[in-house]
Ligand binder design. Structure first.
Ligand SMILES: Cc1ncc(COP(=O)(O)O)c(C=O)c1O
Length: 418
């Protein structure tokens, strides 16, 4: 099979092929992607997350020291000594696991401390913690929204939010488009019991920020509630890193604040912060919470330490922003299209799947770890290389990447020849 003639979309459902036949065809596709050295997924790291990462080369078997532009660990808290020490201590005190689901014996004092801490950090009355951000978003929406309700959701909202809307009516609005949001709200105003506007604070593939102040204002005009997913915003956006509501001056006005512990907070898990009543409801109706073993003690302890670090070490955030501003200015000066990105997430829009795969292959060979984002994850004309920065990338590392991108950009006809 010639993989360049297909995309992942072609294998989502193949008419007339059962699961085994479909899996076989998809495997043939993957084999050819690998043969062309375009397979840049699941690269195996041999060291922790950091600006430089040791990565096993899937094609040569050698170990590469790569500049890591593939991590969502923007503040590099996964490797922060206080975060590691707190996890180690909890591991020794409580053991490796929580032992049960939260309602039936799995809850420990660290879970309660973390719930209180994240609620306070987000300026909400209460919070509930889950073992994954996907599970918290999907589980929350599945338990809250029913047939009589409607989800008015940004078209680029994360998959976990979209999957969470399977029990309800869904009206997508154009990405970050306030007119589109308002016209849908006008139409659904009197038709549904609950109207919930759902957005990401920072969009994971585009790095742009939701205009949350305007979104809240419009939602309130039409009697709708607002839920924001702060996965990529917590810890970085807003003067004190409290996220998009802080950045947009609407703290306390967002009804449901969701987030993950897996990105800036450097571990794994998710949370929902809201009023006490919603949190109580989720404790007893959110199936991904109730029927899933509680967060491991060492993760909970590391997360408590990570929130302390965010609150007490603003220089981590300041340095990240220095890196973001330097990298953005230089990529834009070179002539790259970064869409509307304003954060540590850089979508370098190339608009051609093949060129994206080729450039990622070449970057890999130059020891630069960046991810391809292709159709159907994004429209074909928006195919891109996704790079994300960390607080402790050095100027030299960023310059190495900029030089490589300049050379490759010219070679593949993305930048003008000089
Ligand atoms: C915007 C957004 N929400 C939710 C999630 C899911 O979070 P987790 O990785 O903690 O399951 C992600 C992660 O990819 C994300 O980017």
């Amino acid at each position: 099979m010639d993989s360049t003639k297909y995309s992942m979309a072609d294998f989502m459902n193949i008419p007339g092929k059962d699961i085994m036949e479909r899996a076989k065809l998809f495997s043939e596709f993957v084999d050819d992607v690998k043969a062309k050295h375009h397979f840049q997924y699941k690269r195996v790291a041999l060291s922790g997350s950091g600006p430089i990462r040791r990565v096993l080369d899937p094609y040569t078997g050698e170990v590469r020291e790569m500049i890591n532009l593939a991590s969502n660990d923007y503040l590099n808290l996964t490797m922060h000594p206080k975060v590691i020490a707190a996890g180690q201590e909890a591991l020794l005190k409580y053991g490796a696991g929580a032992g049960s689901v939260p309602l039936l014996g799995g809850t420990i004092d660290l879970h309660i401390e973390l719930e209180k801490k994240i609620a306070k950090f987000k300026g909400c009355e209460a919070a509930i913690i889950y073992t994954s951000g996907f599970g918290s978003n999907a589980g929350t929406l599945l338990s809250l929204l029913q047939e009589e309700d409607v989800a008015v959701i940004d078209m680029l909202a994360h998959a976990s939010l979209i999957d969470g809307c399977k029990n309800t009516n869904v009206k997508p609005f154009k990405h970050n488009d306030l007119q589109s949001l308002e016209s849908i709200l006008k139409r659904v105003k009197d038709k549904y019991r609950t109207k919930l506007v759902i957005v990401d604070g920072v969009y994971s593939m585009d790095g742009d920020i939701a205009p949350l102040d305007k979104i809240v204002e419009i939602a309130k005009t039409y009697g709708a509630y607002v839920m924001v997913d702060e996965a990529h915003a917590t810890g970085v956006i807003g003067k004190n890193g409290r996220g998009t509501p802080e950045h947009c001056n609407v703290e306390g006005k967002v009804d449901i604040v969701a987030g993950t512990f897996s990105k800036r907070l450097g571990a794994v898990g998710g949370f929902i912060a809201s009023n006490k009543e919603i949190i109580t409801l989720l404790n007893f109706y959110s199936r991904t919470y109730m029927f899933s073993t509680a967060m491991t003690p060492q993760v909970a302890a590391s997360l408590i330490a990570a929130i302390d670090v965010i609150e007490n070490e603003p220089e981590l955030r300041e340095n990240l922003w220095k890196n973001i501003n330097y990298f953005r200015k230089n990529l834009l000066d070179l002539g790259f299209n970064l869409g509307n990105s304003e954060t540590a997430i850089f979508p370098i829009i190339i608009g051609d799947d093949y060129k994206v795969k080729e450039i990622c292959r070449r970057l890999h060979e130059m020891n630069i770890y960046a991810n391809p984002v292709l159709y159907p994850a994004v429209p074909r004309k928006l195919a891109r290389i996704r790079m994300s920065l960390m607080t402790n990338h050095t100027k030299e590392q960023l310059d190495t990447v900029l030089n490589a991108m300049e050379d490759l950009g010219r070679e593949y006809g993305i930048l003008c020849q000089v």
